[in-house]
Design a protein around this ligand. Sequence first.
Ligand code: SF4
Length: 189
Amino acid sequence: MEQNNEYIRLAADLQTDSIVDGPGLRAVLWTQGCAHHCKGCQNPQTWNFNGGGLVPIEMVYEAIDELEYQDGLTISGGDPMYQPEACLKIAKYAKSKGLNIWVYTGFTYEELVELSKKNAIYMEFFKVIDVLVDGKFILEERDLSLLFRGSRNQRLIDMSKTLKEHRVILFDEDRYNEIGEFERVPMYV
Ligand code: SF4
């Protein structure tokens, strides 16, 4: 995919009020373009790297400025990791506005670490992500009871702990499920 740092290719306008893409009420940025082609993918219209529309990053900033009552921003797709520069900028901007950041990717964390050896932007992106939901959607592993993910191979990775300890540390689902709804969101801000 072309990497124009002033633009991002999106599949849709910024969505608001999602309760299924991370904790609390969330805005969701649907990036366009994905080469993983998982069987059973719910968004195959986001696969085409020339589909959707090229949107100035400034317009995404303006949409973030207009958000009300959102606890976080989820960047999904498609796969945001095909547009790391643009997603990093947007994630940083959203974070500066007090939003926590969840990112969904079809790559595994380990694959992204390999990519980061050739392109340091991935490591920069890791640093602003609160939780990375990694791995392809595998139909045979599908489990509707899972928190914020579709198949058992996918992980909710706590990125700040993972980067600090240099090993994958998972998001504490037990704690998340134990505490009250209104106390959950500050866990990540
Ligand atoms: S990574 Fe996500 S968007 Fe891409 S094919 Fe798999 S499920 Fe669909």
